[in-house]
Design a protein. Sequence first.
Length: 87
Amino acid sequence: MAWHCDTIHAVDNVHNGTVDASVFYIPVVPKSRLNDEYIETQKQHFLKGIPAPDFPGGAGESNHVGRATKGDIARYGDNALTAMGFA
């Protein structure tokens, strides 16, 4: 399923499943100075394991053992590295 960030979105109040469930917001944006600045900030937050700038606050995954690294992103190629500000 695809969800656009400009549409209403909600998840069920109760999770009745037997495994974890997640919702991913994956924005697609044009190349611009403002977006380049955001990507750089997002990269720094990723490296620290804290939430992205548009969802600030909290420790995020900073204390998680085995959290994602730049190497994990690199497995998906140059486009992934570029999207996260590493290329």
